[in-house]
Design a protein around this ligand. Structure first.
Ligand code: UDP
Length: 317
C-alpha cells in the first residue's frame, strides 16, 4: 500500500513542487491550502490523478483528514516580506496555531512531521555563513518579526512535541529558493527583477545593492527536503545553495539575461531590518543527507526565465 503524505501550502511555490515529487515517488498526496497566497494553477495538473486529493482549508483552524497519514509536510505560510507586511496576523497564526494543529494531527495519526523553517530564524545574522547552532539576531517587533518569530515558535513547539510526546519530527531551515511557479508579484527579488526586466521597467534595487543572498534552485531544495524527511535526524538542517551574490550583481545578471534595453536599475530605500548578508553553511546536510545543490545559478536562472516569459505578459495586461 502506498504511503500517504499531507502537504500544507500545496498550491504554493514550494508546496506544489513537493506535491509533484511525492506523486513521482509513488505516494498518495493530500494537498491542503486556503489559497491566501497559493495559486490553484500550480497544482491543476494533479487533480485528474487518483493519487492526489485536495482540501481548501486554513490550517490555523482545526485540521481533520480522514484515513491514514504517514507523513505531514507543513509548508503553508505567506513567505515574502510584502506578504507578511500585508497579512501579519495570518502569518503569525499559520506558523503557530497552524503548526500546533498539524502536530496534533501527526500525534493522532502516528505520522512523521517535517516543518518548513527558514533562514529568517537567523535574522540579520552576526555570524556568516550561518550554521545551525547560531541562535540568530531577530527583532521580534519589526516588520519581519511576524514571520521570523512564528517560525522560531514553530521550531520550539515542534521540538517540544518531539521530546515530550516522542513525535517523529524533522525541521528544514530553507534559504532563498527560486524557480518556476514563484508568484510574479509576490515582491521577492527574483520575480520582481524578472518581471521588471521583461516589461522594460526600472529594476528596483533596494538600498545600495550591497546586501547579499544565496539562491537555491527549487529542484535542489526539494531533493534536500525529501532526503531529510526520510532521514532519522530531528534537529534543524540548513538547505540552501551557498553561492552568495550581492543584490546589485544579481540585478545585472537578470538585466543581461533578459536583454531588454529599457530595463535599468533604479534605487529604492532598503526595507527595515533587511538582512545585510545571508549564506547557508551546508556541511551538516552534506554529512547526514549526502546532499548538496547540483544546479548552478546560470542554469537555474535559465529555467526560471523560461517560466517568467510565459506568465509575465499575461499578468501585465
Ligand atoms: N530586493 C530588492 N528589490 C526588490 C525586492 C527585493 O533589492 O524589488 C532585495 C531585498 O531588499 C533583499 C533581497 O533583495 O535584500 C532579497 O529580498 P526578498 O524579498 O527576495 O527576500 P528576503 O531574502 O529578504 O527574505
Amino acid at each position: 500500500m502506498s504511503k500517504r503524505v499531507l502537504i500544507t501550502g500545496a498550491a504554493g511555490f514550494l508546496g506544489s513542487h513537493l506535491c509533484d515529487r511525492f506523486i513521482a515517488e509513488g505516494y498518495d498526496v493530500v494537498g491542503m491550502d486556503n489559497l491566501l497566497t497559493g495559486d490553484i494553477k500550480n497544482i491543476e495538473h494533479l487533480f485528474p490523478l487518483k493519487e492526489f486529493s485536495f482540501y481548501n482549508h486554513d490550517v490555523s483552524k482545526f485540521v481533520h483528514v480522514p484515513g491514514k497519514l504517514d507523513y505531514i509536510l507543513h509548508f503553508a505560510s505567506p513567505a515574502s516580506p510584502i506578504d507578511y507586511l500585508q497579512m501579519p496576523i495570518q502569518t503569525l497564526k499559520v506558523g503557530s496555531l497552524g503548526t500546533h494543529n498539524l502536530l496534533g494531527l501527526a500525534k493522532n495519526k502516528k505520522a512523521r512531521v517535517l516543518i518548513a523553517s527558514t533562514s529568517e530564524v537567523y535574522g540579520d545574522p552576526l555570524i556568516h555563513p550561518q550554521t545551525e547552532d547560531y541562535w540568530g539576531n531577530v527583532n521580534p517587533i519589526g516588520p519581519r518579526g511576524v514571520y521570523d518569530e512564528a517560525k522560531r515558535f514553530q521550531e520550539a513547539i515542534t521540538m517540544a512535541y518531539h521530546t515530550y510526546h516522542g513525535l517523529e519530527t524533522r525541521m528544514v531551515r530553507i534559504f532563498n529558493t527560486y524557480g518556476p511557479r514563484m508568484r510574479v508579484n509576490d515582491g521577492r527579488v527574483l520575480p520582481a527583477f524578472f518581471s521588471q526586466a521583461i516589461r522594460g521597467e526600472g529594476i528596483t534595487v533596494f538600498g545600495d545593492g550591497s546586501q547579499t543572498r544565496s539562491f537555491c534552485y527549487v529542484d535542489d531544495l526539494v531533493e534536500g527536503i525529501y532526503r531529510l524527511l526520510l532521514s532519522d535526524y530531528a534537529q534543524p538542517v540548513n538547505i540552501g545553495n551557498p553561492d552568495e551574490i550581492t543584490i546589485g550583481d544579481f540585478a545585472q545578471e537578470v538585466i543581461e539575461m533578459v536583454g531588454n534595453p529599457a530595463a535599468k536599475v533604479v534605487y529604492k530605500p532598503l526595507p527595515k531590518d533587511d538582512p545585510k548578508v545571508r549564506q547557508p553553511n551546508i556541511e551538516l546536510a552534506k554529512k547526514i543527507l549526502n546532499w548538496e545543490p547540483k544546479i548552478d545559478r546560470a542554469e537555474g536562472m535559465r529555467r526560471t526565465y523560461e517560466y517568467f516569459k510565459t506568465v509575465v505578459p499575461v499578468e501585465a495586461v
